[in-house]
Design a protein around this ligand. Structure first.
Ligand code: SAH
Ligand code: DHB
Ligand code: MG
Length: 231
């Protein structure tokens, strides 16, 4: 089994389940035309984000790392008409492409892209006691994942989900001596997931058109609810 099999199966699943559509395709084309890197989630991964929002009835979603808005479209399409997605992006050029892609998707009324360093924006949300989110998707700079997790935890309701992309990194995750700051970031992120009593989490390895990687998925536990005492 090879990388080309993974991609072929991804394409089969995309076609069989009609995971893409002209709006998602245009988002990728315009992102590429604007010179953005081709690092959006795959159609199947985007559908997973969409399904997780639907499964928990998410009304308020936070994304950290917008890029051209591909995953934001997948998340935003799972929201009710009075729902809200806030997506944080450092690069103004990325945010501009994302806003145009979200407008074409008809989601401008419920999705807001906020420019700036995500840590600063999150700190502001914490200081302003932002109403809690139902789901947080972490997908920006990997060395900051531990910081994003700490802040996301304060901003997510009990029963809510915290999801992080790219935590397996072709298997580099398991090497304690890897000096890559991205690997160190995701390793510390996983340690925090385990150490934090308010979270119950797992890592799902993925293969496909984006190669070999994985998502971390955590549920924020209620202080004295189910799951709290049976680790
Ligand atoms: N979620 C997107 C992909 C995000 S790529 C999708 O799947 O469609 C990661 C994005 O995080 C890039 O656009 C990058 O500019 C942004 N980013 C990097 N560092 C950041 C920071 N400190 N704060 C906010 N965004 C950041
Ligand atoms: C990179 C970032 C991502 O979020 C991703 O899904 C793939 C690659 C990167 O920075 O290279
Ligand atoms: Mg990613």
């Amino acid at each position: 089994m090879t990388n080309s099999t993974w991609a072929a199966v991804d394409h089969f699943v995309e076609a069989s389940l009609r995971l893409s559509d002209p709006i998602l395709e245009a988002a990728l084309l315009d992102s590429a035309a604007a010179g953005l890197p081709a690092i959006a989630v795959s159609p199947a991964q985007g559908r997973l984000l969409h399904l997780l929002c639907l499964a928990i009835g998410a009304r308020r979603v936070l994304e950290i790392g917008t890029l051209g808005g591909y995953s934001a479209i997948c998340l935003g399409r799972a929201l009710p008409s009075d729902g809200r997605l806030i997506s944080l992006e450092l690069q103004p050029e990325h945010a501009a492409v994302a806003r145009a892609n979200l407008a074409r998707a008809g989601l401008s009324d419920r999705v807001e892209v906020i420019e700036g360093r995500a840590s600063d924006t999150l700190a502001r949300f914490q200081a302003e006691s932002m109403p809690p989110f139902d789901l947080v998707f972490i997908d920006a700079d990997k060395p900051s994942y531990p910081d994003y997790l700490r802040r996301a935890l304060e901003l997510t309701r009990p029963g809510g989900l915290i999801i992080a992309d790219n935590v397996v990194r072709g298997g580099a995750l398991i090497d304690p001596d890897n000096p890559d700051p991205m690997v160190r970031g995701v390793r510390e992120f996983i340690q925090l997931l385990e150490a934090e009593p308010r979270l119950r989490a797992t890592v799902v390895q993925t293969v496909g058109s984006k190669g070999y990687d994985g998502f971390a998925i955590g549920v924020v536990l209620a202080p004295s609810g189910p799951g709290q005492r049976d680790r």
